[in-house]
Design a protein around this ligand. Structure first.
Ligand SMILES: [Mg+2]
Length: 444
């Protein structure tokens, strides 16, 4: 009999802010995203939610409907630290801990019943864990216990804030009136197909013939039928999956009327993401760009490469093309820029210095650049694309920038991970290196 515990921080980012600043306790608190922390709401605590503050809402809107609430800028490093502390406490309680996000994880409690819970109840035991996290890590967590991770998650959501156990044998009853929408990972299409069969709740699903579900949805349909009948008994497995996407989503601090500035920013973001691809030894076959305007309408496009790519110059060329395609004829100011690399594959570069093909030589060159940059600082060697970016950027700075946000500082930071002027305090050898790299600029 599987017993899986799901633990989830309550409004985690907002709770972290309260843990960091006790003056915020008892107040409505939300955390703003975007580069200046005042873009859209990325987390809101219970008190703020009572006023209608929601994730995804513009921060000024949140302030309007909840004037006494507090906007916090995000402190991601602190969130990561607090998250690690939370998982440190949790790992004391089970040999199998599977974190699924910064504030959420599963613990395998399958063997507890005969040993640990002999002298106590699961309820008492889990409440002790939650209390300990509240005491030592200073954040509130909710938890759910059931026979599978999926059901445990539903239990957490149903019992939030606090703890809820779906006892063995009570699964079907617990699920009976719950909407199938609550199942994580259920898409709109499947929801619609189920609705067409008259199945809006798990209770409805349980009454359908399993053969019909199998016919309509294959294995997933069979699993769903078992789940709805409380028979889905799945062990907790620690899967180490490769990433499937790397993306960034930036809300500009002001509506940006200047499309060249928006493109510059998009290119710098793509460069940063390419760096991340490289760090994780990955390459991407698809690149997508979505632009959201100040009226929340969106345009975008995707480019699919014939082979997986990892070069900044190739990505930037494709990105520029998508940008020009989808922005042609547009006039509204830009509010948000999303970039994603999809369809990722492992980057297996031959360990050759120069290689036989163009791609191999590019790869070797790119690798060498990366090594130099990690050794001597991120702007020691620049690609043509990076240099072009810098020039476009300089054009925006001088003369007077047309755009309300002058991206220079922030973009340098995005590009090179530091606020410092890349050439301000470098030794002579670095200047020489920069000169050489300019002469050897890669053109694309
Ligand atoms: Mg949470």
């Amino acid at each position: 009999m599987n017993r899986i515990l799901h633990v989830d921080g309550d409004s985690f980012f907002a709770s972290c802010e309260i843990a960091l600043d006790k003056n915020l306790e008892g107040r409505a608190v939300w955390v703003g995203g975007g580069r200046r922390g005042d873009g859209i709401v990325i987390a809101a605590n219970r008190a703020a939610k009572k006023f209608g503050v929601k994730t995804g809402m513009a921060c000024f809107e949140a302030k309007r409907i909840c004037p006494r609430g507090v906007l916090c800028k995000p402190h991601y490093d602190e969130y990561r630290r607090i998250s690690a502390e939370m998982f440190h406490v949790l790992e004391e309680y089970s040999p199998t801990l599977v974190p699924v996000s910064i504030d959420e994880g599963f613990l395998d409690f399958s063997t507890m019943a005969s040993v640990v819970w002999r002298d106590t109840t699961p309820e008492k035991y889990v409440r002790e864990i939650c209390d300990r996290i509240a005491r030592e890590v200073d954040i509130p967590v909710s938890a759910g216990l059931a026979n599978s991770s999926r059901l445990a998650k539903l239990a957490t959501d149903a019992g939030k804030p606090g703890f809820l156990e779906v006892k063995p044998g009570e699964e079907k009853e617990f699920l009976k009136d719950r909407s199938v929408r609550e199942l994580s990972g259920i898409g709109k299409n499947r929801q619609r197909s189920l609705a067409a069969l008259g199945a809006l709740t798990f209770g409805h699903v349980a009454k359908l013939p399993s053969t019909l579900l199998k016919q309509k949805f294959g294995i997933w349909g069979q699993q769903l039928w078992l789940f709805a009948n409380g028979l889905w008994n799945e062990p907790l497995l620690l899967e180490v999956k490769d990433r499937t996407t790397i993306s960034s989503n930036t809300t500009l601090p002001y509506d940006e009327p200047d499309y060249e500035a928006a493109l510059t920013f998009a290119l710098s973001e793509a460069t940063r993401l390419t760096g991340q691809l490289r760090r994780e030894q990955l390459q991407a076959r698809e690149l997508s760009l979505t632009i959201r305007f100040n009226d929340f309408s969106e345009v975008g496009g995707t480019h699919r490469f014939r082979e997986p790519q990892f070069l900044n110059s190739i990505f930037n060329t494709a990105l520029e093309e998508i940008f020009h395609d989808c922005m042609a004829g547009q006039f509204k100011p830009v509010r948000q820029i999303r970039i994603a690399f999809w369809n990722l594959a492992r980057l297996d570069l031959q360990p050759t210095l120069w290689g036989r093909t163009d791609a191999e030589r590019w790869g070797a060159l790119d690798d060498a650049t990366h090594k130099l940059n990690s050794q001597f600082g991120n702007s020691s060697v620049m690609t043509g694309a990076q240099l072009a970016l810098q020039q476009v950027d300089a054009a925006h700075k001088n003369p007077a920038a047309k755009c309300p946000f002058v991206p220079q500082r922030e973009m340098v930071k995005k590009l090179w991970g530091t606020d410092a002027d890349p050439l301000a305090h470098k030794g002579d050898w670095e200047k020489r290196l920069a000169k050489v790299s300019k002469q050897l600029q890669f053109q694309h």
